[in-house]
Design a protein around this ligand. Structure first.
Ligand code: FES
Ligand SMILES: [Fe+2]
Length: 435
């Protein structure tokens, strides 16, 4: 349980708020590189600010305020130039750094361009990496954009999967340190949606949480598993401050504003050994729906099950009405860490896990329960039998709405057809107990 004041501290992300300013000290994935294959400009809202993201004619990306400072026209209608963006209303042009570089009519009347020199717009740095576009909205100089090791894994098919979630970011991130929900939300709920009499899966017996430089590691042990299981020996990473890393994919929960969150998945599947060498020509990006054609929540896929759970907690969940239990130990640790961090950073400390030294930003290691397999690859037979990776060979169970062209590109990469199942058996659903 938290007081309303403390809940505000965790959940308010607009400019000038403690958490908003804290999160802005990190790079955030905000779009896919491939989104700009066929368009040059799009609006985007981040941390309560309306912005436009664009790719100029020289191939560089920019992120600037959405309203033109002349008479407030929408720069989402802007014209990209060699270096920057021009307002489509009267032609004022702005560089990627926010400087006004051209005011066509004003400069004819006043060749000294005095007004232009005084005009600036808000601009943030954007970089492309791993098929994602990353934004940095904090004070300069920017820290390193993390070069997480999986970004250089080879012989794999990566995809960027997005969704806009109508709830606050923090309840999404609490899910990154919540092992027990896996058993209920992803195993038992899936089973019971198909068969009201289905047996429940083996329950959690214990969970452990450890802090490290880039977040927390959580470990779980379920009935029918031994302490040799990778979920107990290695576990999963609650990636600081707003990510989740599971060895074969990352998830980030990027605040759009206090009441909306951009869910970003970067999923990497190494192809079977038989398909190597494989070089992916293009990392696709797609946005998945939350609702089906009847307006009902989609609850078949793993991420959609999570989305329904998070949004179900309320737009900004009221933590003064919680009843925390033993399964919430990680969540309590994470909240406490955020409160400590907000205080420490207000006193001048460097935020947790920020990488500032380029020499320390090469293939940055994160614990992973399938690292070896990702580095060396598996035959089709071994991959099929792999408890964590095998299911990906048959279905994209991560999130609903994968476009046909992405599925087809994936099928070509892995050398087999997908099954097109409606529901999925994911890790932990193996040995059912009687209910
Ligand atoms: S409103 Fe943008 S140039 Fe006039
Ligand atoms: Fe989940």
């Amino acid at each position: 349980m938290l007081s309303p004041e403390k809940n505000k501290l965790l959940t308010e992300v607009g400019p000038g708020t403690a958490m908003g300013d804290y999160l802005r000290r990190y790079w955030h994935p905000v779009a896919g590189v491939s989104e700009f294959d066929d368009k040059a400009v799009r609006p985007i809202r981040l941390f309560g600010e309306d912005l436009v993201l664009y790719k100029d004619l020289s191939g560089h990306y920019g992120l600037v305020q959405r309203r033109c400072p002349h008479r407030n026209a929408d720069l989402a209608f802007g014209i990209v130039e060699q270096c920057g963006l021009r307002c489509a209303y009267h032609g004022w042009e702005f560089g990627r750094d926010g400087a006004c570089t051209h005011q066509p009519f004003e400069e004819i009347v006043d060749p000294q361009a005095r007004l232009r020199q005084k005009t600036r717009i808000t601009a943030y740095e954007v970089r492309a990496k791993a098929g994602l576009l990353w934004a940095y909205m904090g004070p300069l100089p920017a820290p390193q954009l993390p070069d997480w090791e999986p970004f250089s894994y080879e012989h794999g098919f990566a995809q960027v999967v997005m969704a806009e979630i109508p709830c606050n970011w923090f309840q999404c991130q609490e899910n990154s340190i919540d092992p027990v929900h896996f058993e209920w939300t992803h195993n038992n709920w899936t089973a019971r949606q198909q068969d009201a009499g289905a047996a429940y899966v083996p329950t959690h017996l214990k969970a452990a949480y450890e802090e490290f430089e880039h977040g927390f590691v959580y470990k779980r042990l379920r009935a029918a598993e031994t302490e040799e299981n990778v979920m107990w020996t290695v576990g999963r990473v609650t990636l600081w401050p707003n990510g989740f890393y599971l060895g074969h994919h990352f998830e980030w929960r990027v605040p759009i504003d206090d009441e909306n969150t951009l869910s970003v998945f970067w999923v990497f599947n190494r192809v079977p050994k038989e398909q190597e060498p494989y070089v992916q020509p293009r990392i696709p990006t797609w946005y998945g729906p939350l609702y089906d054609e009847n307006g009902d929540w989609i609850t078949s896929h793993v991420a959609n099950q999570d989305f329904a759970a998070w949004v179900g907690q309320g737009r900004i969940t009221d933590r003064s009405k919680e009843t925390l239990g033993a399964s919430d130990r990680g969540i309590v640790m994470m909240r406490r860490k955020f409160f400590e961090e907000l205080e420490a950073v207000a006193g001048g400390a460097v935020p947790k896990g920020l990488i500032t030294d380029p020499a320390k930003n090469e293939r940055v290691f994160l614990p992973s329960a399938c690292r070896e397999e990702m580095l060396t690859g598996l035959t089709r037979e071994a991959l099929t039998a792999h408890p964590l990776l095998g299911p990906y060979l048959h279905d994209f169970f991560g999130q609903a709405g994968q476009p046909d062209e992405v599925r087809e590109a994936y099928e070509q990469a892995v050398g087999q057809k997908m099954r097109g199942a409606k529901f999925f058996t994911v890790h932990g659903a193996g040995e059912a107990e009687t209910s």
